[in-house]
Design a protein around this ligand. Structure first.
Ligand code: 13P
Length: 339
């Protein structure tokens, strides 16, 4: 049995009260969707500017324990030539790396996808560790529809996550496993709850079967939500109850922590839902946020690609991470969230 002390230390650095994780790990293609909000074309210089402004925003280290990067971003530097990884480490934020290679359609299973990216993963982890990454992310996509997700698809994604998690841990890197039950759709809250519970049960029984060290692993989960086009939208209390019920039925107590993705929820709604979850009190696992869109969108809208807006945009970013950090503590008041 390997000594996983380093993994546990990283988990405790990431899962701190009053802090969360920023997901800034969009692939070069997906980064274009973010830049479009600032009316900028998807060019490498714009991606670099965008990330530099995020990572150097004054004060964010008070509310962020880590930042997830993409392969091209983890190799990049500021305009002054300081590697982004060094910027994060100097500010006390742990660098992470997205390592999956996106999804492909699963043959014979219409509407279902499997995540790829295991090839060469051991060598890639060795390099990422040298660069400074101490945690990683692997995302699977779970679509809800007629007869889907099937257990077969959930099982295949779970087996791939096992492989990824074992290789990460052998390299001293904490794996985040992220089965994202998709928010877009017309499904009900009850359907989302059933699917999320089944997804997590299959994932954790598979992780346990292959003896992945759950203490050295973090779950990144969607909240349990009715689909975005379902007219019957759920209240924050309903989301919180359904989400915690799901976790209690399917997430082993020894898992290192749980972080949430925002999944396309409006920024304020993602904060309100986190607050509702925190207001249920202490859970067996530390729980916090790991949003991308719900943190970055206000920043991008304020920036609009103009140097004179940078300071304002960085303040919008700081404000949003602070609101989420307050929600993590159960101290967020939506009526005072004016931005
Ligand atoms: P969103 O918060 O935008 O859902 O992104 C989080 C993430 O890491 C998706 O993989």
């Amino acid at each position: 049995m390997q000594n996983n002390t380093e993994l546990y230390k990283t988990v405790s650095q990431l899962m701190l009260d009053g802090k969360g994780i920023l997901a800034a790990d969009e692939s070069d293609g997906t980064a274009g969707k973010r830049l479009a909000l600032a009316n900028l074309p998807n060019q490498s210089g714009n991606r670099q500017d965008f990330r530099e402004m995020l990572f150097t925003a004054p004060g964010i280290e008070e509310f962020l324990s880590g930042i997830i990067l993409y392969d091209s971003t983890i190799r990049e530097s500021t305009d002054q030539g300081v590697p982004f990884v060094d910027v994060l480490i100097a500010r006390g934020m742990v660098p992470g790396i997205k390592v999956d290679g996106g999804v492909r359609q699963l043959d014979q299973f219409e509407g279902e996808v499997v995540t790829q990216g295991l090839d060469g993963l051991d060598e890639r982890f060795k390099e990422y560790y040298k660069i400074g990454a101490r945690f990683a992310k692997w995302r699977a996509v779970v679509n809800i529809g007629e007869g889907i997700p099937t257990n077969e698809c959930l099982e295949l994604n779970a087996v791939h996550m096992v492989e990824y998690a074992l290789i990460a841990q052998a390299n001293g890197i904490v794996p985040i496993v992220e089965p994202e039950v998709m928010f877009p759709g017309s499904h009900t809250l009850e359907e989302a709850e059933e699917v999320t519970t089944r997804t997590l049960n299959i994932l954790f029984s598979t992780l346990k079967k292959y003896r992945v060290d759950l203490k050295g692993l973090i779950l990144k989960s969607s909240m349990v939500l009715a689909g975005d086009t379902n007219p019957q939208q759920s209240t924050a209390d309903e989301v919180a109850s359904a989400t915690l019920r799901t976790f209690k039925l399917s997430v082993p107590r020894d898992v290192g922590g749980i972080v949430f993705l925002s999944g396309g929820q409006a920024a304020k709604r993602a904060t309100e839902n986190l607050q509702a979850i925190a207001s249920f009190g202490k859970q067996p696992w530390p729980i916090t946020f790991s949003y991308s869109r719900a943190i970055q969108e206000p920043f991008l809208l304020a920036w609009q690609g103009k140097s004179e807006n940078v300071s304002l945009a960085q303040k919008a970013l700081l404000y949003r991470v602070k609101m989420n950090a307050l929600a993590q503590l159960g101290k967020y008041d939506a009526s005072r969230d004016t931005k």
